[in-house]
Ligand binder design. Structure first.
Ligand SMILES: Cc1cc2nc3c(=O)[nH]c(=O)nc-3n(C[C@H](O)[C@H](O)[C@H](O)COP(=O)(O)OP(=O)(O)OC[C@H]3O[C@@H](n4cnc5c(N)ncnc54)[C@H](O)[C@@H]3O)c2cc1C
Length: 389
């Protein structure tokens, strides 16, 4: 085999690329495959912190910074304590995941890691700044150029989830390290669906993030001012040191990313639509869908089969339609969701793992009218887009 010819290429060693590579590394079926990883960055910086939930012990427990079995949800006026068991809410620093994945893959002789920025993939021929590569199957975590600026067609229900966080240290013990705050709507940016969450590592250190689900980014000093208000008015903490900052923008949309995948060139991660449209959570899906791809390949099914769920895409569309068209309803919608349902059912629902009975019981507890409106908007769009004969 020529040196630039591989069985499988994975473009991007972020959450999706590394989950997929590790899933292949851990399955003997792939021992005879030559696998190329193409990544433009060094993947050494802690460029993000992932939170996710899972039942009991999980694959990444040895890398976690912290996990909790208890938390809180604060609506505009109500408070709901959350007892998560058998789930735990887990926090993992990106840098720790990258370091672990890189050392695992370096020890595998059939994996080749090349630092290169890829500009194009045409007929399974991959062009980078440093070289060209060929592979029989390409997994690609670059966003398709049509949506690389996160601008989606107006026919989709789309929002941006954007957030800024401060990792802080206080001179005195000020946090309860046994509880995290899932969402706190007591401080909001104007009339938007916006909230803060708090992830305490110990009594003096926590990551506190202000998050918006809407269609417009705000200035950096506005995120800062919201964080300051939260420290001042809600946490009542005046004295703290900012050790690290985190900023991110991720899409929340019902856009069909999978239409950019073909049989042998498959988009993965955010670029493959692996984030949950209505929540933005992606990390656990990267693990889940990577395993699905591995099982599909072993069974000689199309690699992407079963990754897209029409049922949950439909629910996400309706939910996003409410937030997209009536953004100020966001706090009330989440308040209802956490007040009227068991957190375990909410997690299963957000994981696309709930039964139809649980789905229905969650859906029927929402105030119906905004969701009925969203349903009919979706219906009229789909009728409008139906093929004409
Ligand atoms: C700050 C932040 C915090 C987040 N927190 C959470 C969370 O708590 N929980 C959760 O579930 N989700 C979270 N997300 C959402 C989601 O989990 C992440 O965005 C996740 O990293 C997406 O995985 P990915 O592989 O698609 O993209 P990335 O992890 O961004 O990986 C893409 C990789 O491709 C590389 N790349 C891009 N273009 C090229 C190119 N042309 N050539 C070569 N390499 C290229 C990049 O350098 C990068 O390494 C967060 C996102 C951000 C930005």
């Amino acid at each position: 085999m020529p040196t630039n010819q591989f069985d499988i290429a994975i473009i991007g060693a972020g959450a999706a690329g590394l989950h997929l590579a590790l899933a292949m590394r851990n399955d003997a079926f792939f021992d005879t495959k030559n696998i190329l990883i193409l990544e433009k960055d060094a993947k050494e910086a802690n460029d993000r912190t992932w939170c996710f939930w899972e039942k009991g012990a999980g694959k990444w427990d040895h890398l976690l910074l912290k996990s909790w079995s208890k938390g809180d949800f604060f609506g505009k006026t109500n408070h709901r304590p959350l007892d998560l068991l058998p789930y735990r809410y887990k926090m993992l620093r990106g840098a720790d995941f990258y370091r672990f994945a890189k050392s695992e893959l370096a020890a595998a002789p059939n994996f080749t890691w090349v630092n290169d920025e890829i500009s194009a993939v045409e007929n399974l021929s991959i062009k980078g700044k440093a070289g060209s590569y060929e592979a029989d199957l390409v997994f690609d975590s670059r966003l398709p150029s049509a949506i690389s600026n996160l601008q989606f067609p107006s026919s989709n229900n789309s929002l941006l989830q954007h957030f800024k966080g401060w990792y802080v240290r206080t001179p005195e013990p000020r946090f309860d390290a046994e509880r995290f705050t899932m969402m706190d709507y007591r401080i909001r940016w104007q009339d938007t669906s916006s909230f803060t969450y708090v992830l305490p590592i110990n009594e003096r250190e926590a990551l506190v993030e202000f998050t918006l689900f809407n269609d417009r980014l705000i200035a950096q000093q506005d995120y800062d001012s919201m964080l300051r208000q939260y420290f001042d008015k809600v946490l009542n903490i005046k004295d703290f040191q900012i050790l690290e900052e985190e900023y991110g923008v991720i899409p929340m949309t019902d856009y069909r990313f999978d239409k950019h995948s073909t049989g042998n060139h498959i988009r993965i991660g955010t670029a493959g639509g692996w984030m949950k449209g209505s929540s933005g959570y992606t990390f656990k899906n990267c693990e889940r869908y990577s395993q699905r791809i591995v099982e599909n390949m072993k069974a000689r099914r199309p690699a992407n089969e079963g990754v897209f769920s029409p049922k949950f895409h439909f629910y996400d569309s309706i939910f996003l339609g409410v937030l997209h068209h009536q953004n100020s309803l966001g706090p009330g919608v989440f308040e209802e969701m956490y007040a009227k349902n068991k957190v375990q059912d909410i997690f299963a629902f957000l994981d696309n793992e709930s039964s139809f009975g649980t789905d229905l019981s969650i859906i029927l507890k929402f105030k119906k009218w905004p969701f009925i409106q969203s349903f009919f908007r979706l219906l009229s769009k789909n009728i409008g887009h139906a093929p004409r004969h």
